[in-house]
Every structure is written in C-alpha cells, then in structure tokens.
Design a protein around this ligand. Structure first.
Ligand SMILES: [Zn+2]
Length: 338
C-alpha cells in the first residue's frame, strides 16, 4: 500500500535522491503531478490577473484569486470552529494529499489553494490551537531544515489565520516573496543612508540584533542572528511587551516570517492592531473583501472577488494597511517598552 506520510529518508529512498537534491522541491513536484485538484489550482495561478501599486519605499502586488475566498471569509469564532471539520488533521486530508516529515513535530503538505507558485503548509502532527508562545523555536528550526531557498510564516489566531484551531505554519520559496528580498536590500544598505526605508538598531543579545523598520505602509521588527536562543529571547521581549500593551482574546495580534540568509536567521515580526480592515465590513460599493495575513503584509495582497480587483486603488491599499498594521503611536509605545 502506498504511504500517506514519508520520513525524509523514506522519501529519498523512494526517488533515489541524494543529499544535494532539494527534497522539498522534489516532493512538491511529485504531489503536483499526482494530485489533479492541486495541479489545476497551481496552473490557474499562472493566469491570475495582478496589479502593482508603487509607493516611494514599498510596492504591493494585488492578485485576483477566487480560490482564496474560503480563507478570506473564514470564520474564526469559537462556535464556527467547533462546528467544522479540521482540514489539517490527518484523517481529513485530501485523498491524494501526501505528507513528508519536516521536523519531529511537523508535516510538510502542499497547499492546494496557492497564493505563490510554491506554497506549502507545515502542520503540527496533533490537533492543537495556534499560539506562538507554545512553539516559537519551531519556526526557526523549520526554516533551518528547509534551507535558504524557503521561508516559513505564522499567522496569529486573530491576525489572519483561517484555521487557528490547528497549529501550523505556511511557507514557500523565498524568491516569490517580495518582502524578504526587499529586506535583504534594506539590511545590506543599512549604513549607506541611501534613502531606503527607515531602519534602526534597537537591541541586541550577543550577535542577534533587533531592528525596527518603517516604510510608507508598515512598521516591522526584524531580528537577525545565528543563535536561536538569543533570537528567542529577543522575540519574547517583543511578545511580552505587545501582550502587556495590546492584549487580545487569544494572543496579541502578530504575523511572523522566518528564513535563513547567508547562514543567519532572519525573523520578521509584523505587529497588528486588527484582524480585518474596515472595508471588509463596509457595505455596497465601499466594501472590499480583503483579509490580510502575512503574505499580504509582505507585499502580495489577495482579493478573491473580481469586482474588488477592478476597483481597488492605491488609496485603498494605504487604508487597508493603516487599518490592520500598528500606528506610529503604537509602534513607538512598543519600542519604548523594550
Ligand atoms: Zn486539526
């Protein structure tokens, strides 16, 4: 009988891969070949309509993606969660969907509703609610296992996660995520004073450094370093301060991105003030169905309705970000507390 889940060794054996082969890419391609539903959605992704909006120091690609309507409209209240089947639990995966063990506790799955050309989910092996303070180190470990080609992201339970009831990360190839490449530029130009978005060193533990980064749309914290324990300490300083200043029912609202660059960890923290922008709840012509999660913050804004895609303006983008991202006052208050 064909296996549903592979260890990395078993998968290498099956396809005669050696250590230098990109195991995750091989797995991804194999799933796309075998699993028609997912393949069709990845094919459609290539044809999607996109629009680009440029700001002096940031740019955003807006994507009309009807497959994402389920995530955009996902209900995350307790009653809705209790009444639905968890599609990340092993028993409820698609018949053709296979998994590969990413780390001891996580399974790598192809995401059948992609936003980017290689889009996967790293799900916890048990059904357990999303809460980053329970498992922070695992996003760093996962990114390390995946290697420099990839990133992992975390959507907080009240900050864009559509399945907050089952602990998971999403991820993809770094070259398809504008923010990560952009930040590389910012950090490498840090001392050049070249008119890049405002970046400032805030704190360090050993060689791990915490930066604040501001551009027209966003306020971001970035931690860079080799030592996972030091990064963890810096993260929990931020998390603790956010939780004190801006508590929320399940968890202070945040999104994370973790990747490796030149042998170092890079962690992005997007502090947020709201799960959804005002235009989501507006009526009639004022309404735009958009529910920003980490990818949107990183520069890929997803709109599942064509009418919204047609009418969205640069002004709307600014409004959406200012509704969900930290204001300057909130960001300064947070930095003062660190
Ligand atoms: Zn589950």
């Amino acid at each position: 009988m064909e296996l549903k889940f592979y260890t990395r060794d078993k998968f290498r054996e099956k396809f005669n891969l050696n250590d230098s082969d990109d195991l995750f890419n091989e797995f991804f391609n194999w799933q796309i070949n075998e699993w028609e539903f997912a393949r069709k959605n990845y094919d459609t992704l290539k044809e999607l309509k996109v629009k680009e909006f440029n700001f002096p120091d940031a740019s955003v690609v807006v994507q009309f993606n009807p497959h994402r309507v389920g995530s955009t409209l996902a209900l995350i209240d307790e009653k809705s969660i209790a009444n639905r089947k968890c599609f990340l639990c092993d028993d409820n995966l698609h018949l053709e969907q296979k998994g590969i063990r990413l780390t001891e506790n996580y399974t790598f799955l192809v995401n059948p509703f992609p936003i980017i050309p290689v889009h996967f989910t790293a799900k916890f092996n048990e059904h357990h609610p999303q809460k980053i303070s329970d498992n922070f180190i695992e996003i760093l470990e996962g990114a390390e296992t995946l290697g420099e080609k990839y990133f992992l992201l975390y959507n907080g339970p009240e900050a864009g996660a559509s399945v907050p009831e089952h602990r998971h990360f999403q991820g993809g190839t770094r070259k398809h995520f504008p923010l990560v490449n952009f930040i590389d530029e910012i950090l490498s130009g840090y001392k050049s004073g070249s008119g890049l978005p405002h970046i400032k060193e805030e704190k360090n533990i050993g060689n791990a450094v915490l930066y604040s980064v501001r551009d027209t749309l966003r306020r971001i914290l970035v931690i860079k370093g080799r030592d996972k324990k030091a990064i963890e300490k810096l993260f929990f300083m931020v998390y603790g301060a956010m939780t004190n200043l801006f508590p929320s029912a399940k968890e202070t609202k945040l999104n994370l991105v973790s990747t490796m660059m030149n042998g170092e960890h890079l962690l992005f923290i997007f502090p947020r003030k709201a799960h959804r922008p005002r235009c989501f709840y507006a009526e009639g012509d004022e309404q735009l169905l958009v529910s920003p999660a980490t990818l949107d913050f990183g520069g890929v804004v997803v709109l599942p309705r064509e009418e919204d895609f047609k009418k969205i303006t640069k002004y709307n983008i600014e409004q959406i970000f200012s509704d969900v991202a930290f204001s300057e006052e909130m960001f300064s208050a947070l930095l003062t507390k660190l």
